[in-house]
Design a protein. Structure first.
Lengths: 294, 339, 245
């Protein structure tokens, strides 16, 4: 292969990877909140993402709305869903003795029950959305950026930014950041830690909806797609330092680039292995992640 | 041998004989099929429970360990050209067709067990130093990765799958299927015996201490990492063993079927519903849950998805209100506190 | 002058930028009763955790019974003969009281004795240990169902079941009534009379002063006093630290 071709491929792979990374940040930020900050191993998160994708498909195919608009509509719904799930989780598991297996089994059950329900309702076929920009590509010299990647990238960055501002500038956001470290302090201020966690969890599921809608912009979806995201979202969360917003973004971009390069030069079938490899590597050598939190 | 051990092994042998000759007597092949799958689930559930029930470390990768066993059979079948093997010359004697299975099938089971056991050891070594939740997440991600690798590995058939030819007959048995069933029965009996043995020995006590309070166990002298690795390896090996046997029963292996989440779900739901603190729990769960699934599946009353839904919901219900399973409910009824 | 059983030299520990322990030095002699005291946040718990191996110290050396403990895991340290009880009792809640005692026996004690215990031996020894702390009648109960005082006794019983040379009793009397405190105190004295050295970490002054032969005082991660009990208690620096205690 010629050097110029290789550089060409490299440039495109890098850019695509960064775009993908932005998107990965959108889908992973929910885990950064629920697992990184609230210490709840919500392994059903990928199923929530898929649910978001299929909701977007449904609304798009029936009423023709753009996924970006659908995103804003379903996010609050998912937020309430998340709050409900947390309420059940808290009642059943956290208020009593802590056998961590029960929480894990609960979320695992939620994961594949959602998965199965999606298959029952939508079948195993790929579902896509109709948008005006689905095929447009922006060209910058040798690098071509498809809009269907660029837009999810911006969504991801925007979500991370908003979340960061929320967590650092608003009272409620600060409460969320404090809730796992200083629940007593919160109580003394008259804030109910359980309520805070409930809303935070709701937020995390709401971001899954955003991520899901972004996903269906990138590609058509089928229920089994969610599986690949288990490794990805947790890899990003752990690598990003478990709860750091900026860490999540950087880790997501790192993952996106790694996957993109692997895909371009080794073949697309290795992609899921990249996330898993990063996850194992981080767990083995730096459990606190890049932007370490102690 | 102590009297309780003697009673157990005699009981096990009698039960095994009853199952085998009972199935043989019921000439309809359907019963052999059902019994095979229930036995398979007994092993998967028992294996899962060693690490998950006794040790408290949840493994979401049962399907992966199972499938790796199956694919190790496929791989070595291709590698050693066993498809076309008619007889084997060992130097002193020759093993011919009807006896070949006595060598090939158990050998495959052993190889599958070793490979899956090593995979368990490897995964454990990388993730068991951390909290159990990281091990759980890693096993979940591992399944996806290994499945993807197998899907793209054309040598073992990739997405198209692979066929495993069995000998047309096996000496001493009415059919090859019957022999495979017999091997499965032996594995199941072995699994129960191993689980019971672990439960009664240091390994079991150590695992339970780890489950209840790992740091406290460490300070009491329990070598936590070592024991966890032992449990993961044994558990993985058992799953690999039945996985390796599976191709001989169904003759066709493909990544979607082998890595099917139903194996993972059942291997967790069965001990949970039966009871995770005693070797009889997974047995009860496997017979009940497996029986129900087989019954409704055979009547074509439910699709595989509905079956999975049923198991999933049942699992969540139990985890919420009866986390100690049927054994726990039984003990509560008798007024005893659950162990 | 006998050699010290435990020798801590220059031990330091930091969490991120925060220095929790700074150049801690002290010794414990075989069969000795040492009290480790200090205000909240002075580093006592961290010291215990570093000694038992639950935390890894950053600087310094720990030598126990002629063996360097640095880098050894907690279970390996228990094999060396170092046992600790937890401030908040950490029993194996879903196991019986009897089994709670059997676990350290099966692992730590067996390793230390160099031979295998058989089932009946183990059972007899475990029951004897329970009898010593007055819990024999509750042997079959689940550990999670015990009362506070019983949990504390179990905690101590588990530690000594490991047949240690040194027991670190981390606030074993916290939150107990006076009569219960006396029970624990008597228990610890009884253990010591069997030759086990004890480091008592406590806030209850009358217990510590009654029990200890020597005191080590920590404040803000540093050792500020080390000597015979009465001398240390009269030290003006120590008095200042404990103003109001």
């Amino acid at each position: 292969m010629e050097i110029s071709t290789i550089l060409d491929l490299l440039a495109n792979a890098l850019v695509a990877g960064i775009m993908l990374g932005g998107f990965y940040a959108a889908v992973s930020i929910g885990i950064s909140i629920s697992f990184g900050m609230l210490d709840i191993a919500n392994i059903s998160h990928p199923a929530m993402i898929m649910l978001g994708s299929f909701m977007a498909y449904l609304i798009n195919s029936h009423w023709g709305l753009d996924p970006l608009l659908i995103m804003l509509l379903i996010a609050p719904l998912f937020g309430f869903l998340g709050m409900g799930i947390y309420r059940v989780y808290f009642q059943l598991f956290e208020s009593r003795e802590k056998d961590p297996r029960r929480g894990l089994a609960f979320f695992f059950g939620l994961l594949f029950v959602t998965d199965v329900l999606l298959i029952l309702f939508f079948g195993a076929d790929l579902r896509g959305v109709e948008t005006s920009y689905v095929d447009k590509v922006l060209n910058f010299g040798v690098v071509g950026i498809p809009l269907r990647l660029l837009i999810p990238f911006f969504i991801g960055v925007l979500v991370v930014l908003c979340m960061h501002l929320f967590l650092t500038r608003t009272f409620f956001g600060l409460a969320v950041a404090a809730v796992s470290q200083q629940p007593l302090g919160l109580r003394l201020m008259g804030v109910d830690p359980v309520r805070v966690k409930q809303i935070a969890f709701g937020l995390s599921v709401a971001t899954a909806a955003l991520g899901g809608a972004a996903l269906i912009i990138i590609q058509p979806v089928e229920p089994a797609l969610g599986r690949e995201y288990i490794g990805r979202v947790f890899a990003v969360c752990v690598l990003g330092g478990m709860g750091s917003m900026s860490g999540t973004l950087f880790a997501a971009i790192l993952l996106g680039v790694a996957e993109s390069l692997t895909s371009t030069f080794l073949g697309p079938s290795w992609s899921p292995a990249v996330a898993f490899g990063i996850l194992l590597f981080t767990l083995a050598w730096r459990p606190a992640g890049l932007m370490g939190r102690n | 041998m102590s009297s309780s051990n003697l009673r157990f092994y005699i009981g096990l042998l009698i039960a095994g004989a009853l199952v085998f000759f009972g199935v043989q007597a019921l000439t309809e092949g359907y019963y052999l099929l059902v019994a095979f799958y229930i036995l398979q689930y007994i092993v998967l559930a028992t294996a899962w429970n060693i690490l998950g029930g006794y040790g408290g470390y949840v493994n979401f990768g049962s399907a992966c360990f199972f499938a790796v066993g199956g694919y190790s059979t496929v791989f070595f079948y291709k590698l050693l050209g066993l498809q076309t093997l008619k007889s084997l010359d060992c130097g002193w004697f020759v093993i011919t067709g009807p006896y070949l299975s006595y060598l090939i099938i158990p050998a495959s089971v052993l190889v599958g067990a070793v490979i899956s056991g090593l995979m368990g050891l490897g995964t454990g070594y990388l993730t068991l130093r951390l909290r159990g939740v990281f091990f759980a997440i890693s096993t979940l991600a591992l399944t996806v990765v290994v499945q993807t690798l197998v899907l793209n590995w054309s040598y073992v058939g990739g997405a198209r799958g692979a066929y495993v030819m069995r000998a047309p007959s096996v000496a001493g048995f009415t059919s090859t299927n019957e022999f495979v069933f017999f091997v499965m029965l032996l594995i199941a009996m072995g699994a129960l015996a191993i689980a019971r043995s672990i439960e009664r020995r240091k390994l079991g006590a150590g695992l339970e201490a780890i489950r209840d309070d790992e740091d406290s166990a460490e300070c009491s002298g329990v070598p936590t990492l070592q024991l966890k690795l032992q449990a993961t390896t044994i558990s993985g090996a058992m799953m690999g063993a039945v996985g390796a046997l599976f191709p001989f029963f169904v003759t066709f292996v493909d990544p979607i079927g082998a890595f099917n989440l139903v194996h993972t779900v059942n291997s967790i739901a069965m001990p949970l519903i039966g009871g995770m603190t005693h070797w009889s729990g997974p047995l009860i769960g496997a017979i009940l849950l497996g029986g129900v699934q087989q019954y409704f599946g055979s009547k074509n009353m439910v699709t595989p998805e509905l079956s999975l839904l049923f198991v999933g919901v049942l699992m969540m219900v139990f985890v919420a209100i009866a986390p100690n399973g049927i054994l726990g409910l039984w003990q509560r009824l008798r007024g005893k506190e659950v162990k | 002058m006998t050699a010290p059983l435990l020798s801590v030299q220059g031990m330091g520990k930091r969490f991120g930028g925060f220095v929790v322990l700074d150049d801690i030095n002290f010794e414990v002699y075989p069969g000795e009763r040492l009290g480790l005291i200090g205000p909240n946040g002075s580093g006592k718990s961290t010291t215990v955790n570093c000694l038992s191996g639950v935390l890894i110290h950053d600087t310094g050396q720990i030598t126990f019974d002629g063996q360097r403990l640095d880098g050894l895991k907690p279970h390996e340290r228990s094999y060396a003969g170092l046992a600790r009880s937890f401030q908040i009792p950490r029993p194996f809640a879903r196991l019986s009281v009897l089994k709670n005692i059997k676990v350290p026996m099966m692992f730590a004690a067996e390793k230390r004795s160099g031979r295998r215990f058989n089932e009946s031996e183990l059972d007899a020894q475990a029951r004897h240990a329970l009898d010593q702390v007055g819990l024999l009648g509750k042997a079959e109960l689940l550990a999670g169902s015990l009362t506070q005082i019983d949990l504390r006794k179990l905690e101590l019983a588990r530690a000594i079941a490991a047949q240690p040379k040194l027991l670190i009793a981390d606030e074993s009397m916290a939150g107990l009534a006076t009569s219960e405190t006396d029970e624990i105190l008597a228990l610890l004295l009884q253990l010591n009379s069997q030759g086990i050295a004890v480091i008592m970490i406590e806030h209850i002054m009358r217990a510590v002063s009654a029990f200890s032969q020597r005191l080590v005082v920590l404040a803000a991660g540093k050792k500020i006093a080390d000597g015979p009990t009465q001398e240390v208690l009269r030290d003006p620096l120590v008095e200042r630290i404990y103003l109001g205690d």
